[in-house]
Design a protein around this ligand. Sequence first.
Ligand SMILES: Cc1ncc(COP(=O)(O)O)c(C=O)c1O
Length: 515
Amino acid sequence: MTDLILDAGITVAACERKSADEPITALLDKADKEGWRIWLYTAQLAEVLQKLTLNADSNIGFQHVDMNIVQFNERQQLSKFASKHHWLSALGEDSEGLNFDDPTGHGLTRAAARLGKDVKVVTDIPSRLDSGNPFVDVCTAMKQKSSLHVDFVDLKGQQDRIRSRIEHNVHKVMSHGKYIMGPEIRELEAQLADFVGVEHCICLSSGTDSLLVAMMALNLSEGDEVITTPFTFAATGEVIKMLGAKAVYVDIDSTTYNINIDSIEEAVTDKTSAIMPVSLYGQCADIDQINAIADCHGLSVIEDAAQSFGASLRGRKSCGLSTIGCTSFFPTKPLGGYGDGGACFTSDKQLADSIRQLIDHGQDKKYNHKQLGINGRMDTLQAAILLAKLHSFEDEIVRRNEVANNYSNMLFKAEEKGFLRLPKIMEHNESVWAQYTIRVDNRHKIQEILNKSGIPTAIHYPTPLYRQPALLQEEVVCVNTEKVVTEVLSLPMHPYLNIETQEWISKTLIQALES
Ligand SMILES: Cc1ncc(COP(=O)(O)O)c(C=O)c1O
């Protein structure tokens, strides 16, 4: 990714450019074509406006005009230009060059270093150009090399779109200083509960802890059996074993990769206490049918919705479908923070109260530890970031679905030829596309070719849980899972993946499959 910061004079030239043959126009066109990011330094806002007004003033000459209107027009001009680019924050450290000859140049240098090691500042000031890196003129900036680049999940691109909201929220927490259980936690819980359509949301430290405390609140312990899927991330099986309970693994449906509903009933014994379906890759397991089985046997249902927050089943949101819904806000999840985080959802007040206690060392009031708990609270800073991200989440769900449709349209012919299997979403589901996962025969070779072309891929997951050393159950064999773990391959997936990049990924994949 190429990042260029425009010095004040260049920003002014960019705002005022009139003809296509100006060097700055060529630079901006190239940046646009290559997907380079252009930054304006907030510490130069006043300087840019002043220069714009001075230029306008000298163009007007001796005519009588209202300067308020001139200044308004200049602000509009800057605002229009800036709306297509990014504002780069000035921080306190940028002012540490006050003893130097060029404090602003010092600030620009600090800001550029913060943004990344290859970031350049495009300037027209000779003394800055003389001082060398990071300063370059327009012609040198044009020569920046760009390469086709794709991230498996592009968190930077998302951050660019919501940067000012994130900065606002983070600074608010730094000002009030309530780093543990600050007001952002309750605010986030209210918004998330509303989003899902349940009465209670409890934010906590991770997706893993959300599963752990959900099970603790349901009093699951040694001797209990929990029916679940072996085709999932380790956390699902880990928490069951951690509490001394036994995971009873039921095979998956090889179309959705979620637990095979038809096999659940036969796995129920008199020790079964709960069913823990996983809504894998962003598509809900059929929790309605699972609830019906659970009701017949008096069992609880915990949805492991770590990958499906934002998805829907028959119009109802994931996390609000069962006794307790648990999710993860790991950074690469559909709604991800900037660190670990998770949440439990329920409409049962007693369970909600218990979970609140459990994540706070089992306290019902200060220093009264009513039950054995953990430190499972979410950090206020994490809640502040998630609040900023939640704003664009609905839009991102739409984008994720568009990206998935694009892949499917680009790859369906390869599926018809039998080269791969595309993901299938059931009619009653709306997926949030945590992953776009295909199935291929010669996975190792395909992955190698994609990797060599610079296309990152991932395998979710290579081993059934019952064959993981820490979760070993040698007697278990789930036939569908055994096959699927050798074939699944996840392609880059995020809401801001553009069509050109998807075409490149699909073309490279098809070539690899045909070779
Ligand atoms: C299905 C599933 N369950 C549980 C978790 C655990 O979430 P966390 O990483 O937030 O602890 C994950 C995270 O990858 C997951 O994918």
